[in-house]
Design a binder for this molecule. Structure first.
Ligand code: AMP
Length: 398
């Protein structure tokens, strides 16, 4: 059985066709500049040269059609008929308070995705366009919505409510939702198996440290807390996002810089984080290089980033009254051994002991990086959101 996974942004579309027998990627690619001049599709098949098509893609429907065409192309394709695609799994940003799990798309589901546009104004419209484009291109093939917010629905009211007047939760659904849910669910579930955690000892903290970053606490795969909030702005310091700030900063900047609230939010989302503090880059490799060359702001940015991660881990140990395993994942978490080491050194009070040889081991593979006598085991576990979406999709349609 083959499952197509789609992740639609406002002007982009990423896809992967996965063979569910082997869970191997048959083909993957990216459509860029949808609706803008200079649209381009890049199609990759393992073991073959990339295939690039420069052709106008005025909307997502045309982009999906082009993806279908390339997948069945006798030369560049990997299937002979789109009927071989059993289902399409869509990454959908926001399911509001309605969906705590993935679901096969019907008109009601589409209405909820639409109703949640105020909560996910950039992503939900694109996600919906992707779904409707697939419905048009492959009538009868089921579409499954896999929500980034679903995992966070596991939180209790005490964890997800902001202490603002309750009426705003009732009126607008203002609460903490959490994002990167597909990754947190996948990695926490895989860690339980990989670390062979027995029942009753499944308190897991996942540090998803990528360009966007978030951290979750879960017991037996159920989310107890997660650091992103109403939007992905809350929580850890990220590439360009500030993470937690006193909300009064917004008022202060608006008044003193003569900015609107939207403009301040734009600064907090796009000009802050590692980029804003270091004034070097949003890419951790650049900031680490600058620190090594003696750049003070870069050093402070890196230290602040780790400080926040260590603080959140401590908070989540407290929220769960313990922890059995800690996992690092995503771009920084999977690749940056020095961040992992320095974070783990801040957890010595928990009895965490890092094994330097294991921590510096091969990249891209799941591994324990703590010593065998570490009181809490620490792991690197590569996230795979596409595979997670494909598995959820298969489970609902088979
Ligand atoms: P992601 O959002 O998960 O794709 O992560 C992307 C981020 O990972 C990039 O912005 C880099 O800052 C970071 N990254 C990737 N490789 C490395 C590395 N070897 N060392 C440090 N950071 C890395």
């Amino acid at each position: 059985m083959k499952v197509l996974v789609l992740n639609c942004g406002s002007s982009s579309l990423k896809y992967q066709l996965i063979d569910m027998e082997t869970e191997g990627v048959l083909a993957k690619g990216l459509c860029e500049r949808i609706g803008i001049d200079g649209s381009v599709l890049t199609h990759k098949v393992p073991g073959k040269d990339d295939y690039v098509v420069e052709k106008a893609m005025p909307n997502h429907e045309v982009a999906v059609k082009m993806v279908m065409d390339v997948l069945v192309d006798p030369d560049k394709g990997v299937i002979s008929d789109t009927k071989e695609i059993a289902a399409v799994g869509h990454r959908v940003l926001h399911g509001g308070t309605v969906y705590s799990d993935s679901i096969v798309v019907n008109e009601d589901v589409k209405k909820v995705i639409k109703d949640c546009i105020p909560l996910g104004p950039l992503h939900n419209p694109a996600n919906l366009m992707g779904i409707e484009a697939c419905e048009a291109a492959m009538p009868g093939t089921p579409n499954v919505a896999v929500f980034d917010t679903a995992f966070g629905m596991g939180m209790e009211e005490s964890a997800y409510l902001y202490a603002i007047p309750y009426k705003y939760y009732e009126k607008y659904g203002i609460r903490r939702y959490g994002f990167h849910g597909t990754s947190h669910k996948f990695v926490s579930g895989e860690i339980i198996k990989f670390a062979n955690l027995p029942e009753g000892h499944r308190k897991v903290i996942v540090c998803h440290l990528g360009n966007g970053a978030s951290i979750s606490a879960s017991i037996d795969g159920k989310c107890v807390d997660t650091s992103m909030g109403l939007t992905p702005l809350e929580g850890l310091i990220m590439g360009t996002r500030s993470g937690d700030v006193d909300p009064a900063v917004v008022q202060f900047l608006a008044n003193n810089e003569k900015l609107t609230v939207d403009e301040v939010l734009n600064i907090l989302n796009k000009e802050s984080g590692i980029l804003g503090l270091s004034e070097v880059s949003s890419d951790f490799r650049d900031v680490e290089k600058a620190e090594a060359e003696g750049n003070h702001k870069a050093a402070v940015a890196n230290a602040a980033y780790r400080h926040r991660v260590i603080k959140y881990i401590g908070a989540y140990v407290a929220a769960m009254n313990g922890v059995d395993a800690i996992a690092f994942t995503a771009g920084v978490g999977e690749n940056d051994a020095s961040v992992r080491k320095l974070v783990c050194e801040g957890l010595s009070y928990l009895g965490v002991k890092i094994d330097d040889a294991k921590n510096n081991g091969p990249r891209g593979v799941a591994a324990q990086i703590s010593t065998d006598d570490s009181a809490v085991k620490v792991y690197v576990y590569p996230t795979n959101e596409e595979l997670a979406i494909a598995r959820e999709t298969l489970a609902l349609v088979k």
